[in-house]
Write a protein of this length. Structure first.
Lengths: 193, 183
């Protein structure tokens, strides 16, 4: 039990996918201007990440490893993730049309979010079992959401703050991201994984 | 080698089948949110919101280009309904786009009408019949009360007439005081 808890804590705080592994920076910078959209974006990414890591674990374990086809891992994971994203998009368009419109182009762009490919690849590399893989995916998604929402809230605050003119916009965002990454280094030592 | 091809093929075929089935099962016709917004709008096609009609305004709301408080004929009630549908905060009607008025129809004073057809071209719902140099008249049932025919008329023969309240069209009114405002 503690093992599973450790996986979650480790991937949310210590090995945070965005701030420590520097994956998934495109939505981190792109969708963090408004808190509302960043919340829905993290929800969509969380779903895709969890389902994607489970399905790619199944494919990896039952199809690729038994036939010694590990070299096909990357390409088959890409195909699977693209399919999961496509499916999510269809479900969302049908059931949550407003959310679908708000997310717009960012929804299909989850396909190219490297965090979503990175987590299944790390799963395979660390030879997790199914439950561990699912928790790893979920934890990665939680970590991603946490950081994205924190960052979006910070950026919303900056909009009204009295900041030097040269620093406004992307420059300040980059610096903030760097500082956040530094502060997340404080979590090192929380786990032994 | 053969295994690699077979496995890649089977993965793609399974995914193709699942996605194909899902696309039939989860098919959406048109854009449901635009239709839902369009249904709430009063369909006067008056253009007071700044868009050429109710459907374009609904599209603009759905795309996030327009605010929900630009429709005077829809009134407060319409804004409340839109806010509920879209899950956003209610906001009072934007006065720039006009004041809500009682529902009325246009009436042409037939003795002064010169038959210029200008109002026919302006009417968004084709509620005016007539021909060049013949007097025009308005089909009351079709008229939405949008007032778009008033400015083009060169002899000012069109009047807006408030529809009187009769037993046919009377409705229960909403309470004047909100419950939480009473104490």
């Amino acid at each position: 039990m503690t093992e599973y808890l450790l996986i979650i804590i480790s991937v949310v705080l210590v090995n945070n996918i965005v701030l420590t592994k520097i994956l998934g920076l495109c939505p981190f910078m792109g969708v963090s201007k408004k808190l509302d959209t960043s919340v829905s974006m993290s929800a969509a990414t969380a779903f895709v990440l969890t389902v994607g890591s489970i399905t790619s674990w199944l494919v990896n374990y039952y199809l690729l490893i038994p036939y010694g086809l590990e070299y096909l891992r990357t390409i088959s994971f890409i195909v699977i993730i693209a399919a999961v994203v496509q499916f999510t998009e269809m479900v969302m368009e049908k059931n949550y049309p407003y959310l679908y419109r708000v997310l717009g182009i960012f929804l299909p762009l989850i396909t190219t979010n490297c965090a979503v490919l990175g987590i299944p690849l790390l799963n395979a590399q660390l030879s997790h079992n199914l439950l561990e893989a699912a928790l790893f995916g979920l934890g990665g998604a939680l970590g991603f959401s946490l950081v994205l929402i924190l960052f979006a809230s910070l950026r919303e605050k900056f909009e009204g703050a009295d900041t030097p003119e040269l620093m406004r916009g992307s420059a300040l965002a980059m610096l903030t991201a760097g500082l956040m990454s530094l502060s997340f280094m404080g979590f090192i030592g929380l786990d032994r994984l | 080698m053969i295994e690699a091809i077979l496995i890649t093929l089977s993965i793609t075929i399974i995914i193709g089948v699942v996605l194909g089935y899902a696309s039939i099962k989860l098919k959406t016709t048109g854009d449901p949110i635009i239709d839902k917004i369009d249904k709430i709008l009063p369909q006067t096609q008056c253009g007071q919101c700044g868009y050429p009609g109710c459907k374009p305004y609904a599209t603009a709301i759905a795309n996030g280009e327009a605010d929900i408080n630009q429709c005077p004929p829809g009134g407060d009630d319409g804004i409340h309904k839109l806010a509920d549908l879209l899950g956003v905060e209610y906001k009072p009607l934007n006065a720039e786009h006009g004041e809500p008025k009682p529902k009325s129809v246009a009436i042409i004073d037939e003795s002064t009408c010169i038959g210029c057809t200008l109002c026919i071209q302006a009417c968004p719902v084709d509620a005016i019949v007539g021909a060049a140099k013949q007097m025009h008249t308005i089909i009351e049932k079709e008229c939405t009360g949008c007032e778009l025919c008033l400015p083009p008329c060169p002899v000012d023969c069109i009047d807006m007439q408030v529809i009187p309240e009769t037993t046919e069209n009377w409705k229960w009114k909403y309470p004047i005081y909100k419950i939480e405002q009473q104490n």
